[in-house]
Design a binder for this molecule. Sequence first.
Ligand code: RIB
Length: 316
Amino acid sequence: MSSNIFCIGELLIDMVCVDNKGLKNGEKFEKKAGGAPANVAACISKLEGNAYFLGQVGNDFFGKHLIELLKDLNINIEMVVEKGSTTIALVGIDENGERNFDFLRGSDGDYSFGNINLSKIISSDIIHFGSATGFLEGELKKTYFKLLEYAKANNIYVSFDPNYRDALITPDKLELFIEDCIEFLRKSDFTKLSDEELFLITKEKDITKGVNKLHEFGVKFIAITLGSKGTYLSVSGENTVIQSIKIKQLDSTGAGDAFVGAVLKQVADVEDKQNISFEEWKNIIAFANKVGAITCTNYGAIESMPALSYIRKLHN
Ligand code: RIB
């Protein structure tokens, strides 16, 4: 049976600028659901896995819309809190489909550890942390560290994605963000970083050097997403690049989250999660690359993620 996957962090409204003129000049915005950890949960559910979302939305129209959407996606929301105002991300997309963000932060940072029903999380489960807003000052950050401690004490499989957003991490907060990331990276069983995040955290300018530095910090499993070039995988002393599929990119928002969701859904199906062979990992990553790439072919994160039935059809 597939394990449960608990995704903690922000669930928010992405106001996506769909005329590809960027945030400064764009005029047409569409309301989409977003937030990196919520996107991961959505991908897991679309691939028919068991996802829980842990976090806080506002007690407002946007919050109600987001909760309904998660319910429709069959994501467990029993630990979601509705209070304050919903966080909004402004998503600009350039002519190549690459995105950048700005944020109007609401109450997602108020989610406290007491809202988590720990009796629901067992040692065969998975917890995924994404730290776009998770390491900003506030209650949510404390919750992240307590939940990580709980996961380690109970041998729960931990996944982590730094989800670095320059609009949220001011230069004076960057070193602390890096420190927090390193602590989570070291304690995680699966980690996924973009090449930009790898260079930022390790202060290296080369993938191999950066990956080696992460291993020196004590990071066991490293997947570096390289966009259209695929994913660099480094685990148990073996390294390789797994190619992706060719697509016409419209909007890359949520591609990394879809990749993580697709990896975690497959890991959830494995009984002995700590002993997945390198060969098995290569297959897991190849499938996740495909899911991430398909997510780039339309606007918005969640609605562009493929359902399992769609991917199966691609193979027939
Ligand atoms: O990873 C994509 C997400 O990052 C978007 O949905 C947006 O909310 C940003 O935080």
